[in-house]
Design a protein around this ligand. Structure first.
Ligand code: MG
Length: 299
């Protein structure tokens, strides 16, 4: 089952299940979906309507107020390829945040900001929290994950490295494309090792497995839940394997015209064309950097 967000002509955002070619079945309005995601993800959940994908705008199935937590440096070889290896592997995951407005969808173009020589790829996986978590243990936290998506944590390295805080470089416009959500029941446990590959214009640049993660999904959500309450719809991006562009000799970054694909076993392929900074100025329509605003939330 593949789950996406769609915005209808009336502005309302719904969560939908991809159906036959070019169509999707609406499951629930966004807020109602996240009030009980397990029920709406059940195979027997009934659709409220069918829409043609050509008639709707695809948006991330993400609440505007969701927390988007991201793990930096979660695969040993990626730690070693960066400028962090002198310190060894830290005992706790480095966490940074994205605003939901930085998220986009499969096929969306991502602009290279004007002050960057390019953007860097980071093929990874996000986990969606499906239940409220307060002081949860790792097993309870993992059990609360309702689904996963392919993710590309496209990074503005110049901005990222201006200071020790990464937030600016991790929040470029549309820089966080997400593939469809696949229910956790169909994905299994990332500790079993799903293959994660990234291709640039067809050439493989990253090839890792999720059993190489230093910090597991359950451990990390558990750690977070001891400080902040996690709610249904919150996201955890789980970090990228080795093979990113900036640490290569010479560095290799994505520039306009490039196409980057992240391919994760059981989750699918996420395709992202890269465009120039002028795309950040070109759009006049209202929703371009507002990924998922439900009718309820805008009232
Ligand atoms: Mg990352």
């Amino acid at each position: 089952m593949k789950i996406i967000g769609v915005r209808l002509d009336d502005g309302s955002v719904h969560v939908a299940r991809l159906a036959g070619p070019g169509s999707a079945e609406l499951l629930a309005p966004l807020e109602r979906f996240w009030a009980d995601p397990q029920a709406h993800l059940a195979p027997e959940a009934t659709a409220t309507a069918v829409v043609l994908l050509d008639d709707v705008e695809q948006v991330p199935p993400v609440l505007p107020g969701a927390k988007v937590l991201c793990i930096g440096l979660n695969y040993l070889k990626h730690v070693e390829e960066g400028s962090y290896s002198a310190d060894g592997v830290p005992p706790f995951p480095t966490l940074f945040a994205r605003w939901t407005s930085s998220l986009s969808v499969d096929g969306a173009t991502v602009p290279v900001p004007a002050n960057e020589p390019g953007v860097d790829w980071e093929g990874e996986i996000v986990a969606y929290v499906g239940r409220t978590l307060v002081d949860a243990g790792p097993d309870e936290a993992l059990d609360a994950v309702v689904g996963y998506s392919v993710f590309n944590d496209l990074t503005s390295r110049t901005a990222q490295k201006l200071t020790s805080q990464w937030i600016l470089g991790k929040n470029g416009d549309r820089s966080g494309p997400l593939g469809p959500l696949v229910p956790a029941s169909e994905v299994g446990d990332l500790r079993d090792g799903l293959r994660v590959t990234t291709r640039v214009n067809g050439e493989t640049v990253q090839d890792g497995r999720t059993d190489q993660m230093v910090y597991t999904v359950g451990e990390t959500l558990s750690l977070v839940s001891r400080t902040m309450t996690l709610r249904p719809g919150d996201l955890l991006a789980t970090g990228t394997p080795s093979g990113v562009g900036y640490s290569r000799t010479p560095p290799w970054l994505l520039t306009p015209g490039d196409v980057v694909e992240v391919d994760v076993e059981r989750l699918g392929v996420l395709r992202t064309p890269v465009v120039g900074n002028e795309a950040r100025h070109a759009h006049g329509h209202a929703h371009d950097d507002v990924p998922a605003t439900s009718a309820e939330a805008t009232r």
